[in-house]
Ligand binder design. Structure first.
Ligand SMILES: NC(=O)C1=CN([C@@H]2O[C@H](COP(=O)(O)OP(=O)(O)OC[C@H]3O[C@@H](n4cnc5c(N)ncnc54)[C@H](O)[C@@H]3O)[C@@H](O)[C@H]2O)C=CC1
Ligand SMILES: O=C(O)C(=O)Cc1ccc(O)cc1
Length: 302
């Protein structure tokens, strides 16, 4: 049996539009209503026939929903939740897709204290945004981490897990604070490093006379893809997951200082030992079936 019959998606960007497309493909009998705060996005959604209905207001979009998924930047989750408070059916389940969880749990609980809220994070995405960037197979074989808080009705958690399985994802549950620490090092810190490297290279353009762009093969090119990710979304992630990111950044900069010292003092054995260890990690990821192409970031494996 399908876990939900009427799903409302609030925020019709990359993730919201991918969910809408995934539902059409995998659960075609489910009725999907969409809403986005940006009228231009709503217009595009109508033009590309993304959902069965596009509502003009957040309130009307949820009136008969049995699942409402908030797909807005994490800094806008509280506002999006507050906008549906008056019209949310009492038996509807609310979920989200935010890249960090503790701040979202707090914001949604404050706006919807009586709602059944099951937070989720599909660990799948690209550097692109907007309703035309989404695709139905985005979640195929990827992890979706569900982070229920104590006391969340198990039947509600199970329905959200089943929803993500139907979209092709592998599911896992964990506590919101644990999620935020894990993702700080596996996703948030790498994005911060990419933003920094591309920024530093661009600041040096005068010295390098555009050679950075001209010779941007391999490593640098991969960093530019990640550094092209949505500025609003990532500003919100770093502000919302501040503690965990700062902690990981501290450890990272200590390790970087150690590497700096090894280079300065010609400690080739230290460099060789680290590079051998990281090569082994990469190879074990590949052996476990995780693909290496950029769009396969986060591919689940068991
Ligand atoms: N982009 C990615 O690779 C991934 C993103 N996420 C999470 O998914 C969420 C959405 O990200 P994307 O789809 O990439 O962003 P996006 O920028 O493509 O779409 C976000 C949409 O939300 C709308 N919006 C903003 N505030 C709103 C409000 N109060 N009410 C209604 N609509 C509002 C915007 O107009 C925009 O169309 C974020 O929380 C992000 O952390 C999760 C996994 C991957
Ligand atoms: O495009 C990439 O490399 C990503 O890292 C995608 C991504 C971005 C944010 C998430 O919360 C999950 C996945």
């Amino acid at each position: 049996m399908l876990p939900f019959a009427r799903v409302t998606i609030i925020g019709l960007g990359l993730i919201g539009s991918s969910i809408a497309r995934g539902i059409r493909q995998h659960m075609p009998s489910v009725r999907v209503t969409g809403y986005d705060a940006d009228p231009a996005v709503r217009e595009t959604a109508v033009r590309i026939d993304l959902c069965d209905d596009i509502a003009d207001t957040a309130g009307t979009s949820v009136i008969d929903a049995d699942l409402v998924i908030l797909c807005v930047p994490v800094g806008a989750m509280g506002a999006a939740a507050a906008e549906i408070a008056a019209d949310l059916p009492a038996d509807a389940i609310v979920s989200d897709v935010g890249s960090c969880k503790e701040s979202v749990v707090e914001a949604v609980h404050a706006a919807l204290p009586d709602a059944v809220f099951v937070p989720a994070h599909p660990v799948a995405g690209t550097e692109n945004s907007g309703p035309e960037a989404g695709f139905a197979s985005l979640f195929q074989g990827r992890w979706c981490i569900v982070t229920p808080v104590e006391g969340t009705a198990p039947f509600a958690v199970e329905r959200v897990l089943e929803f993500w399985r139907r979209l092709g994802a592998e599911v896992e549950t964990m506590a919101p604070d644990h999620h935020d620490r894990v993702l700080a090092v596996t996703s948030h810190l790498p994005h911060l490093i990419a933003y920094t490297i591309v920024g530093t290279a661009s600041d040096m353009e005068e010295v390098t006379q555009s050679e950075v762009i001209k010779y941007s093969a391999g490593g640098f090119r991969d960093f530019t893809r990640i550094a092209a990710s949505d500025p609003t979304m990532w500003r919100d992630v770093f502000l919302a997951n501040k503690e965990a990111v700062l902690d990981m950044l501290q450890r990272f900069s200590e390790d970087l200082t150690a590497l700096q010292r090894a280079i300065r003092w010609g400690k080739g054995d230290e460099l060789f030992e680290l590079f051998s260890r990281t090569r082994t990690i990469r190879r074990s990821i590949i052996e476990q079936g995780q693909d290496d192409a950029a769009p396969d970031f986060g591919r689940a494996h068991k």
